[in-house]
Design a protein around this ligand. Structure first.
Ligand SMILES: [Zn+2]
Length: 102
């Protein structure tokens, strides 16, 4: 599905920003958390910008591989939190319900 803000990604600004992100952080962040080294291909907005131009331009980015971008990231956005756990089995995402109760 094409969103109304899809053209943001065609701007020269975004091409530069994406290139810089992948240059500075060439590995997939999600894979790296699991100890796997994967080359990132996507500069992903940590907080979904949902068409907000300021957020699109200034929001924090993370580098992801195609598979993480399409699977885990969408799961996080659908649930509102990540399902990754630390070595003790506790969810690492501060937005996870288990962490919000504390
Ligand atoms: Zn990945």
């Amino acid at each position: 599905m094409r969103e109304a803000w899809q053209h943001f990604y065609g701007t020269a600004f975004w091409q530069r920003r994406r290139k810089l992100q992948l240059h500075m952080h060439p590995l997939c962040r999600f894979c790296a958390e699991g100890g796997v080294v994967t080359r990132a291909t996507h500069a992903d907005h940590v907080e979904p910008h949902k068409g907000d131009w300021n957020l699109f331009c200034l929001g924090e980015l993370q580098s992801l591989c195609a598979s993480c971008h399409s699977s885990r990231k969408q799961l996080i956005e659908a649930r509102g939190h990540d399902i990754m756990v630390d070595d003790d089995g506790w969810p690492t995402d501060p937005n996870h319900p288990a962490n919000r109760r504390r």
